[in-house]
Design a protein around this ligand. Sequence first.
Ligand SMILES: Cc1cc2nc3c(=O)[nH]c(=O)nc-3n(C[C@H](O)[C@H](O)[C@H](O)COP(=O)(O)OP(=O)(O)OC[C@H]3O[C@@H](n4cnc5c(N)ncnc54)[C@H](O)[C@@H]3O)c2cc1C
Length: 395
Amino acid sequence: MKIGIIGAGLSGLTCGWYLKKNSIDDIIIFESSEKAGGKIKTDRIDGFQLDRGFQVLLPAYPETKKVLNYDKLQLQRFHKGSLIYKNNKKIPFYDPENGFKALLKTVVNGPGSLIDKLILLKLKWTIGRLSVEKIFNSKKTITSLEYLRELGFSERIIEDFWIPFYQGVFLENTLDTDSRMLQFTFKMFAEDGAAVPKEGMDAIPRQLVDYIGVDKIRFNTKVLHYDNKSITTSDGKTESFDKVVLACNISKNGNYHTVTNNYFETEKLPIDTKHVILNANPNRVINNVVMISNVAPNYSRNGKHLISVSANGIHLEVDDFLTDLKSIFGLEVANWKLVKSYIISEALPVINFEKKYKPLSPEGVFCCGDHLLQGSINGAMESGRRTAEEIIKGV
Ligand SMILES: Cc1cc2nc3c(=O)[nH]c(=O)nc-3n(C[C@H](O)[C@H](O)[C@H](O)COP(=O)(O)OP(=O)(O)OC[C@H]3O[C@@H](n4cnc5c(N)ncnc54)[C@H](O)[C@@H]3O)c2cc1C
């Protein structure tokens, strides 16, 4: 059986991975760009590893656990929790798993009231006991912000922690994202934190490509037309297939959240931390700052430190970032040098959770991709697996 897959992002690669695992390896993956990985790519510039947009793997993701070899990825872990900056103050919000001192700091100086911390513990306990299926099968449709208010959190902790933290996860500022996504990611963060592979985020797609075989991918080959039995590429060739998988948003349907990610180099770190730093200042531009080479030393191989700074939306002026960074870290920011700026206009898809994902379209074309299920590594890989299973079922 000959399968044609359009797109070598995580969803297309995961589909190919499962097909090969089930002895279907007459596949061709058509990829319009020069590399596999889609939204997960890493550039190597002047001894730095720069992920194209700050991203993390949550090792608790059920789909990545099924496929990826974490030992080979050599995951470099963030410390659980966050360090919040607001009005020239540092507010620690550390996970109790960081030790008693961390717990004490959080209880005494952390954001919100004692009641907020008790609600948080209850949430951790409740969501810890819910399965991922149960979370996504829930019929309740409310936004994440409505959900947090319904749980009884004070406006103070919502402003100081929840909004700054989830702005960076959802890449939108008002927490309009469906509350099921907040529950799912909260569960994942609580279970096993966040990490990046030692050799950059693109080690994830590289591992899938190694298994599938790079000879199965046709790079720099854009698909112009397709149906359930054929694919036509920009060089004018049409090939026949037994099944066709569309693993990208070829017609660019739907809306996306946008993010700007600037990387800076510096001789001296403003703070020695492996926590994500959240900016909770009013009128902020940037969401978060990460001392990425402190978390993952291979992100800099030239003796300098690499700092990742993200802001939702499009920001062409680096000065917008520097003004915010100075309000957090002071004048030493003047010595930071911009390494590279990434503006990602189609970062996370806006998902309607009421629309159920179906791996087979009425036209007989199989389809997968984060835009059809959830905007995450887990969502992309789940859709790829479910598409492969649908194909295997019909064999
Ligand atoms: C800045 C940013 C931050 C993120 N942060 C996180 C995070 O921290 N954690 C997390 O879990 N997820 C995160 N994500 C989401 C995650 O990266 C994506 O959900 C996932 O990589 C999407 O994979 P995909 O295969 O669905 O789509 P894509 O990655 O978009 O893959 C589609 C592929 O199809 C190719 N293609 C498109 N059109 C054609 C054509 N006509 N012919 C041939 N090929 C074509 C594209 O070049 C691409 O390679 C982030 C995404 C971004 C952009």
